[in-house]
Each structure stands twice: as C-alpha cells, then as structure tokens.
Design a protein around this ligand. Structure first.
Ligand SMILES: Cc1cc2nc3c(=O)[nH]c(=O)nc-3n(C[C@H](O)[C@H](O)[C@H](O)COP(=O)(O)O)c2cc1C
Length: 192
C-alpha cells in the first residue's frame, strides 16, 4: 500500500513515498549488508561537535534479544511488531565527558534515526518508530551503561498488505490518510 505525501513541490521519491506501516511480512529476512548499511547511515549523521551520542541495540527476529525487546513494548505495539524483521533501540549519551548535560543528545539521535530510516526505505524496507515502551525496564534488560538513555525502538520490516494485520483497529489505522500541518503554519518567521 502506498501513501505518497501530498507536497506543494516534488520531493525525492524516498521522502515522498516514505511512511510508517505496521503491516510486515513475517517471513522476510534481512541481510547483514542491509542492516549494516542502515546503521552506517545513522553513524554518519551530523551531530553537535561531532559528539555522536547515539547508541543502538540491534535485535533480529528469532533472536532472544528480539523477544526481550518486544516484552518492553506497550501492549498495542506488541500486537504488530513480532513480524518485524529487526528491532533497533536508539539510545543516546545524555552527558558530555565533563559531566555536563548534553543538550543536543535527543536532537542528534533523532537525526541518526532519521537517516537510518531513509537508508532502510532505499533498500526496500520500511520503518516505524515507537516511543511506546518501558524505558526504565529497557535500561535493565539490556544492561545499558549509566548515562545511556533509550529513546525509541525502530521496527524494521518488509511491508505486507494492510489486511494481514487482521486486528480491525490496526487495519483501519493502516489504511487511514496521512495528514500534516499545512506548510504555511510551520513558518513562524520569515517567508519562502
Ligand atoms: C518519537 C516517536 C514515537 C512514536 N511512537 C509510536 C508508537 O509507540 N507506536 C506506533 O505505532 N507508532 C509510533 N510512532 C509513529 C508515528 O505515529 C508516525 O510516524 C506518525 O503518525 C506519522 O506517520 P508517517 O510516519 O506514516 O508519516 C512514533 C513516531 C515517533 C517519531
């Protein structure tokens, strides 16, 4: 299913066509090259002072870590994620080396996740981000070092037809239109 963004001018096809499905093919696999490429894309994201605060926990379907990550998810997210081919938890270093607060940590990690998503779509995969998980439990479950805070879990998969979600609420959401705030409402200063 496609949900091309309605834009006032043409965008790069990956940006126009990208959206966040929940319906994945549970038989799909992912190669080490594809997974590495996604993480390389994230690795080469820009960051404040080139601080690169992002850290990742990678789990492929069938691995123990995959079910461990699913256990951390909110109930609604647990319904559709088992068919993902991989789950990647994005975390970030919250402190600078001198112990001061790393103000751009979330921004930097978001940029990394964003580039990962673009590379994934370029390689024929789709990504849905999830904030609905137990962050405190994630720290314990994956023994994250002090100062490394989990932010999102990315569900990566091969897209399947909406109907394969089975759950009527999920199917309804899968086929719903994508909406955005009008561009002019986002420009709060200056003009195009
Ligand atoms: C930080 C963040 C947290 C999100 N949490 C969830 C989530 O817990 N479960 C879910 O199904 N989608 C989640 N989403 C996906 C958004 O709902 C989705 O990206 C948004 O509706 C826009 O849809 P689109 O990506 O298809 O354009 C999250 C997205 C972001 C960026």
């Amino acid at each position: 299913m496609r949900k091309k963004a309605e834009t006032s001018v043409d965008l790069h096809p990956i940006l126009a066509e990208r959206w966040s499905p929940r319906s994945f093919d549970g038989n799909s696999t992912i190669s080490a090259v594809d997974l590495t490429a996604m993480l390389e894309a994230a690795r080469w994201a820009p960051s404040s002072n080139n601080g690169q605060p992002w850290r990742f926990v990678v789990a492929k379907r069938g691995e123990y870590e995959f079910s461990k990550m699913i256990d951390l998810l909110a109930g609604f997210n647990q319904i559709w994620t088992p068919k993902a081919v991989a789950l990647i938890m994005v975390a970030t270093k919250t402190m600078n080396e001198d112990g001061s607060n790393r103000g751009s940590a979330l921004y930097d990690a978001g940029l990394a996740a964003s580039l990962l998503t673009v590379e994934a779509h370029h390689r024929g995969f789709v990504v849905r981000q999830m904030g609905g998980f137990d962050r405190a439990a994630a720290v314990t479950a994956f023994e994250l070092q002090e100062g490394i805070a989990p932010i999102v879990i990315l569900a990566i998969g091969k897209q399947a037809p909406a109907e394969s979600l089975q759950d009527p609420t999920l199917v309804e959401r899968e086929i719903a239109d994508r909406t955005r705030i009008p561009l002019q409402d986002l420009i709060v200063g200056g003009s195009i």
